[in-house]
Design a protein around this ligand. Structure first.
Ligand SMILES: Cc1cc2nc3c(=O)[nH]c(=O)nc-3n(C[C@H](O)[C@H](O)[C@H](O)COP(=O)(O)O)c2cc1C
Ligand code: SF4
Length: 538
């Protein structure tokens, strides 16, 4: 494969495109509400109306507004249809000839779409994720060509460093710095690993990216492999994501067939192969050292760091581990340049972030906005606020490692640093909205139960501490706790945070501490009658 052949594939794909495209979202959300049947009925209707020469039905990825699925959109005219049932679908085709459309029209210009800035999701809902030609026609694999044929590894690392990209898996470690360390470290082999374990409660960003644009992640991994000197990559993806797994398998097969993965990529000495490893859904396996153990076939438990995977990862070799969204940013950074990327976002948090909006919110789905966008913009303007006239009470960010941010702090910009001051983290992008009906002690108990169940048991503070914390929270919600129990809860939280071995235990107390900080009255109100603090008025 050379550049001319790559361009020819793209041009052929564009030339074969029919004047009208009916795009149907076939990501997991819309499929679960019947998108497959909608697609079938649309195809039948096109055939029945004898429109095959001018109209094509395309199975695309996530169109972001998951709560209104199945979603269908027309190109080039732009009409959007929501909650399309299989029976309504044929009317969209008859509508092309002036017939009445019974499917519900949506507004593609509404703030949910208009206020977003798709970079990682630029092709999501546009291209066909199961066809590599569709990705190539959109400009895919051009960045890999540029890197392999026109740049040396140090220049690639320099570009990623200059862009200011930081890891999207939660910790926000500078990506260029990590790549530089793996490149510098010596080993028999080097590996690139994509962390697609996505265990955070309420998070579905990585799943959507893999289901909607798998080649983007493969291209990002191949660029990384070239930069650090690796020849083998693994994608560690959770078994609960069968569609993402299938589309990745298809993508890898297609890329190999075209010589975009494998040996002598773009007729250069660069070789790179990618394999999948399927996780069994243990949250702790997303932690990088546990993930390495799991890929090696051992039990997935964390180990102390250092050594870090960049120096000693898979089978003791230098290993680059990045999150799905981190890799998905790479092709566009190469295409548009690091300065373009660094101009988006805030001083210390560059680019955009994809969030999964869920909970008590009108518009559940995927949201991509520049770093530094306020929580209010995300949950009220884009998310549409609480449903049924409710009032937002808090937003939980960062999954089990994060915290609950009260409505009074909604004007805080969302980036790596600002939410930390509020006792939470941006994390990997899960955002669960709570309204006035939510009991915050129940929320803390729910997250603690998750951490207790998911603790690997290797270290005592987390193994025993999460159980103790859960029992104290249960006592409080059963109205059996005293003021001493509340004090014990707080000091135990500090102990578990300070002494646990890995991030799971170190951050498990965050949902408790943040709810104690912002909603102390809800805890006080549940103490035994004789234990409640006297109110200042008495
Ligand atoms: C308990 C736990 C679970 C984690 N789960 C994930 C995960 O599902 N996906 C992910 O990318 N990072 C996860 N991480 C963070 C990884 O350890 C690691 O920092 C990340 O994959 C590095 O990629 P990045 O630099 O691109 O963010 C988890 C960390 C902990 C402590
Ligand atoms: S903190 Fe928890 S999950 Fe992490 S090693 Fe210790 S017991 Fe395992």
């Amino acid at each position: 494969m050379d550049l001319v052949e790559l361009q020819e594939i793209g041009e052929k794909e564009l030339a074969a495109r029919k004047p009208i495209r009916i795009r149907v979202c076939t990501a997991a959300g819309c499929l679960s509400s019947g998108a497959h049947d909608v697609q079938k009925r649309l195809e039948e209707a096109v055939e029945h109306a004898n429109l095959g020469a001018t109209v094509q039905v395309c199975a695309v990825g996530c169109m972001k507004l998951c709560c209104e699925g199945p979603l269908v959109q027309l190109d080039p005219e732009g009409s959007l249809y929501e909650r399309v049932s299989p029976d309504q679908a044929p009317s969209i085709v008859t509508g092309l000839n002036g017939g009445a459309v019974t499917a519900r029209r949506g507004d593609p210009g509404r703030p949910f779409f208009a206020r977003q800035k798709p970079i990682v999701l630029e092709y999501s809902g546009e291209i066909e994720p199961e066809r590599i030609e569709s990705y190539i026609a959109a400009g895919g694999y051009r960045s890999l060509y540029e890197v392999v044929r026109e740049m040396n590894p140090a220049e690639v690392i320099d570009a990623v460093t200059k862009s200011g990209l930081r890891g999207r898996g939660g910790a926000g470690y500078p990506t260029g710095l990590k790549w530089g360390m793996v490149a510098k470290n010596q080993g028999h082999h080097k590996y690139v690993v994509c962390n697609a374990d996505e265990g955070d409660l309420g998070a579905f960003m990585d799943r959507s990216v893999l289901e909607s644009d798998p080649h983007r992640v493969l291209e990002g991994m191949a660029i990384a492999a070239y930069a650090v000197g690796a020849e083998l990559g693994y994608i560690y993806v959770r078994g609960e994501y069968p569609l993402a797994i299938r589309r990745l398998e298809t993508g890898i097969r297609q890329a190999r067939r075209l010589g975009l993965l494998g040996t002598q990529i773009f007729e250069s000495p660069f070789n790179f192969r990618v394999d999948l490893r399927i996780g069994a859904g243990a949250f702790v396996c997303g932690e990088e050292t546990a993930l390495i153990a799991s890929i090696e076939g051992r039990r997935g438990t964390p180990r102390p760091r250092p050594p870090y995977p960049a120096g000693s990862g898979l089978w003791g070799n230098p290993t680059l581990i990045n999150n799905v969204e981190t890799f998905a940013n790479i092709p566009v950074i190469i295409r548009n340049g690091p300065d373009w990327f660094a101009a988006i976002g805030t001083e210390k948090s560059k680019g955009t972030k994809v969030f999964a909006l869920a909970g008590k919110i009108r518009n559940t789905g995927l949201v991509e906005v520049p770093m530094g966008t306020t929580l209010r913009e995300i949950v009220e303007t884009i998310g549409g606020g609480a449903p049924d006239g409710g009032k937002i009470k808090a937003v939980q960010t960062g999954g089990p490692s994060g915290g609950c941010i009260p409505a009074e702090a909604l004007d805080t910009p969302v980036d790596y640093d600002s939410l930390v001051h509020l006792g939470s983290i941006m994390g990997s992008g899960g955002m669960i909205v709570m309204d006035q009906t939510t009991n915050m002690v129940d929320v803390a108990k729910f997250f603690m139960e998750f951490c207790m169940d998911e603790s690997c048991g290797k270290c005592i503070p987390c193994r025993a501490g999460t159980v103790q914390l859960y029992r104290l929270l249960a006592r409080i919600s059963e109205r059996k706790a005293t003021a001493d129990d509340l004090a014990r809860l707080e000091s135990l939280c500090e102990m578990v945070k300070l002494t646990s071995l890995c991030g799971l235990g170190q951050s498990a107390p965050n949902p408790v501490l943040s709810t104690l900080r912002y909603f102390p009255n809800e805890y006080q109100a549940l103490l035994r009658d004789d234990a409640r603090a006297p109110s200042p008025a008495t």
